[in-house]
Design a protein around this ligand. Structure first.
Ligand code: FES
Ligand code: FES
Length: 186
């Protein structure tokens, strides 16, 4: 049966027609063209299809599209959209060798983001737990874990700087100067 759903996708409200049996993965990749989210196993084993729904990392291959009605969905495409630069987790995977073929990377990054958004200071055990459902077939996991840890440090630092600037609105940081000048923040 066809129905119309509305939800927030990467910060924008959208409405679309879906079939009852469609998965969220099908909707994202085949209907909306968001092919950053990958299909690996298709049955909840590999984590390649991970996206964030209302702050939780989910396997989109097991999540019915109809169930995102009224919810917030974030995919890998939404991470850099509003700043014009890579998200700290994306940058960290690049800087720390967390990527080889890259097939698992969007899912890894979305699982990491769901964790670090809540707790950028998450310890290694928490990171391992958050990524337990994400499989990489290219390499070991050391550089992936290092990438997430470094991203967490950067996000905690960014949060600290944001809080300090909010306490002292008179402080002119390079970032606020760039914003005033209308430049893209890097
Ligand atoms: S494609 Fe969804 S868990 Fe593997
Ligand atoms: S980088 Fe190739 S599967 Fe993980």
């Amino acid at each position: 049966m066809t129905k119309t759903i509305s939800f927030i996708l990467n910060g924008d409200e959208i409405s679309c027609d879906i079939q009852d049996h469609w998965t969220l993965l099908h909707l994202l990749r085949e209907e909306l063209g968001l092919i950053g989210t990958k299909e690996g196993c298709g049955n909840g084993e590999c984590g390649a299809c991970t996206v964030i729904v209302d702050q939780l990392a989910v396997n989109s291959c097991l999540y019915l599209a109809a169930d995102v009605q009224g919810k917030q969905v974030q995919t890998i495409e939404g991470l850099a959209v509003h700043t014009g630069s890579l998200h700290p987790i994306q940058q960290s995977f690049v800087d720390n060798g967390g990527i080889q073929c890259g097939f698992c990377t969007p899912g890894m990054i979305m699982s990491a983001k769901a964790l670090l958004d809540k707790d950028p200071k998450a310890d290694q055990e928490a990171v391992k737990h958050a990524l337990a459902g994400n499989i990489c077939r290219c390499t070991g996991y050391v550089q992936i874990l290092d990438s997430v840890a470094a991203a967490g440090r950067q996000m905690a630092k960014n949060q600290g700087e944001g809080a300090a600037a909010a306490k002292d609105p008179g402080t002119i940081t390079q970032q606020s100067m760039n914003k005033k000048a209308g430049e893209v923040i890097t």
